[in-house]
Design a protein around this ligand. Sequence first.
Ligand SMILES: *Cc1c(COP(=O)(O)O)cnc(C)c1O
Length: 371
Amino acid sequence: MTTAKPQPKPEPKPWIAQIHAYVPGKSKSASGQPLIKLSANENPLGSSPAALAALADAHVAADYPDPDARALREAIAQVHGLDPDRIVCGTGSGELLHCVVQALSGVGDEVLSSRYSFSLYPLLAHKVGAAAVFADDDGYAASVDNLLAAVTERTKVVLLDNPNNPVGTFLPPAEVARLHAGLPSDVLLVVDEAYGEYVDPALQHAAFELAAAHENVLVSRTFSKAYGLASERVGWVTGAPHLIDLINRLRGAFNVSVSGQKAALAAIGDQAFVAASREHNAAERERMAEAIAMLGNHGLSASPSEANFLLVHFEGEVTAAQALDALSDAGYAVRHLPSQGLPNALRITIGKSDDMTCVITALRTLCGEAA
Ligand SMILES: *Cc1c(COP(=O)(O)O)cnc(C)c1O
């Protein structure tokens, strides 16, 4: 018998080999039981009825979608007072974030974000061979001073999720403007406003104004969160024409499906649904934050949040791992993020009122308090 000589396999680039695939939120217990998902920041109110009606409407599945999503861009521009030519839509905002990182950085470059920010960011840097650099936080929140101090001549892109995921903290417009003012003009600032619709409406336009006034600012939004259309994969960015042009060269040619364009177009026309989602979220987040504060003597606390989740810290006798199990036993999946340096915290999406009551009860019981 002859031993076959080992055949060489296709070899990945070294920077690809170090990537871990994105880990999504769980929806099953260890024993395989389906759980109610409070782990992916989805909208507990579902989707706008107008969007669902648009999805139910027949279309010719054999035809390609509009490659430029013109009707959707015009509707977005009208709602936000923007120029449709300064908008590009994507397969979720994730596709667009990937395009800008790819366009501006590569091997030897740095992509900067705050210590606790969206877990996709380091993947975006690693996919193109760039280094993901993290600036120290300030009590879990992004610190403008620390971000500016971490900028080097290799820094090409700063990714700021505002509100932040997984903490939920929000940098006020003046702080974002101070961050931008401190950056060299050839470093791109991306303000990722995936949770922007949950913020006080009076503060929602500031980043758009920054992007309209400068050549090195992009703002991203998504239909995945407050619009309740995560399954349709639609996001968009706005910024200077040269940035939009870069993304148009790199994005998928027919990146937003016909159903995605139709659903998003109907959803953006239903601002009442977005307002109802914001109000439900604010009320339930407040109730949950108060319940956590009442468990402060057991070491529980929640970071301030302007998003649709709370990051709950466990610094007493009850651990985050125990709470994760107790919530799973009660039928809920929440997000434990030890791999992001948060072994003592759980990120809990604000769900339906009944579910939040059950989550509070389970945490109180675990702490030995009367339910
Ligand atoms: C959920 C989320 C997104 C949205 O991603 P899509 O690709 O649009 O679904 C973007 N940024 C942050 C920080 C998020 O948490």
